[in-house]
Design a protein around this ligand. Structure first.
Ligand code: FES
Ligand SMILES: [Fe+2]
Length: 454
């Protein structure tokens, strides 16, 4: 089982802090070999079955709570063929609805966001309240019986957690916290609700959504697609801990704050790779010449030591959270990497009609130090932020809008893989052990499809 080296390095963890984040390796659910045939990525029938049995039954993120601070604030969200509205009602509650006027079906709210006391349908002007009730219709007396008081928008289940508004299209779904177990408990050690979304991009990509989720479910591609990463993180599977959880979510912990053996001790490039972070925390990269192995522990100590004066509270993080790369997937299509000062959330959503396209969200979040309105802050590896303002939504085709250097490297293979998956020559995947997070979530998809789950 990969990961023993990670467990060995954990021995240095401060025991007082261990209960905060459980980094232990759990027994894994059984993962069967999966053929991963190309038709899962190309077939309309498969896409249709996924819509009916997966997308309409899982908890997903609709928007941020911080987008709905005032009464009447609303955000619309597209998922597959549906559009949804999330709104802050006058009683303070967040409500969710299908974005469908119940008069003759027009999409009710065309805007992505706004603030309004009611939703007025652009077609015939029916007025819907932010609790979904129909308030007013044109020529009310012309109806055999007034629809006001009888009709309402179709509601969607909503819950909030970690600063996000989550929704589920299944009215009978279990609670969100049950669905997210045990990832929610682990994520609670970060202060997601205090982070600002400092990067917000959606690109349309000519590939099935699972091409992207597969990519973010393995690190096997790092040496080839991200050759620079080996200088500041350990990209070998032997050092990496992989965790598979019962509900289809997964975790991967990669050792950071030092190089991979693939870097072959290339001191120049290793020190260059970590220079910005070391200097940012007041450490001299040159002082680590000849003792690269000390960097990780010293960086952890230094971050903890300086965190208070820098406006951070790292007391709730275990040492590993200060340097290592904790990467999660939440079934079916969310992937995120957590660092103490920020994180990145990646989400390929299914296209409304085409199985060979998807809409890929890329969100950066930054935890700004308290009392400091000017410093640039590393929101995630190699991406820095200076503005405390939430980012505007940038949209386009892949290649038209920037995704950040690391994600652009990932994106370079999305379309070429889809091209191969649709070829008659592709006979199915052959997965390495370290790619079993992929096999696992596809297995969970199949269980949703055959009705044994969800
Ligand atoms: S479809 Fe909305 S008012 Fe007619
Ligand atoms: Fe990658």
């Amino acid at each position: 089982m990969p990961g023993p080296m990670y467990a060995a390095r954990m021995a240095s963890t401060d025991p007082r802090l261990i209960p905060l984040l459980d980094t232990s390796k759990r027994p894994e659910p059984k993962v069967l070999p999966h053929p991963l045939g190309g038709e899962r990525y190309t077939s309309r029938d498969f896409m249709e079955r996924e819509w009916e049995r997966v997308w309409t039954r899982v908890w997903q993120i609709g928007c941020l709570e911080s987008e709905l601070t005032e009464t009447g604030d609303f955000v619309t969200h597209e998922i597959g063929r549906e559009s949804l509205i999330f709104a802050r009602h006058t009683n303070g509650e967040i409500r969710g609805f299908y974005n469908v006027c119940q008069h003759r079906g027009n999409r009710l709210v065309p805007e992505e966001r706004g603030r309004s006391g009611a939703f007025v349908c652009p077609y015939h002007g029916w007025v819907w309240q932010t609790d979904g009730e129909l308030r007013k219709v044109q020529d009310e007396e012309d109806f055999p019986e007034s629809p006001c008081g009888r009709l309402s928008l179709t509601p969607v289940r909503v819950e909030t957690w970690a600063g996000f508004v989550w929704f589920n299209l299944d009215p009978d779904a279990g609670p969100l916290m049950e669905f997210l177990d045990p990832v929610a408990r682990q994520m609670d050690t970060y202060r997601m609700q205090d982070m600002v979304r400092t990067g917000y991009t959606t690109v349309e990509v000519d590939c099935n959504w699972k091409v992207i989720q597969d990519n973010f479910s393995e690190s096997y591609h790092i040496p080839t697609v991200h050759p620079g990463l080996k200088y500041f993180l350990d990209d070998t599977y032997q050092s990496t801990q992989f965790d598979l959880y019962e509900r289809g979510h997964t975790r991967m912990i990669m050792v950071g704050g030092g190089p991979s053996e693939r870097a072959h001790g290339n001191e120049e490039l290793i020190l260059r790779g970590l220079r910005e972070e070391l200097e940012g925390w007041g450490l001299d990269p040159e002082s680590f010449r000849g003792r690269l192995g000390d960097m990780r522990a010293e960086l952890q100590r230094q971050k903890r030591k300086l965190s208070g004066e820098r406006g951070y509270d790292f007391s709730h993080y275990v040492d590993e959270q200060l340097t290592d790369h904790l990467h999660y997937t939440v079934f079916p299509n969310l992937a995120f990497s957590m660092k103490p000062e920020g994180c990145i959330f990646l989400r390929p959503n299914p296209h409304p009609t085409d199985p060979e396209k998807c809409l890929f969200d890329c969100w950066y979040f930054t935890l700004f130090p308290e009392g400091d309105d000017t410093s640039r802050v590393q929101q995630t590896d190699g991406v820095w932020s200076t503005s405390r303002e939430p980012a505007a939504h940038s949209k386009g085709l892949l290649g038209e809008v920037p995704l950040g250097a690391g994600i652009s490297e990932d994106a370079s293979v999305f379309i070429s893989q889809q091209q191969g998956l649709r070829s008659r020559a592709f006979g199915g995947a052959t997965l390495a052990g370290q790619e079993r997070r992929i096999a696992y979530y596809h297995q969970v998809i199949d269980e949703y499809l055959d009705g044994s789950r969800g």
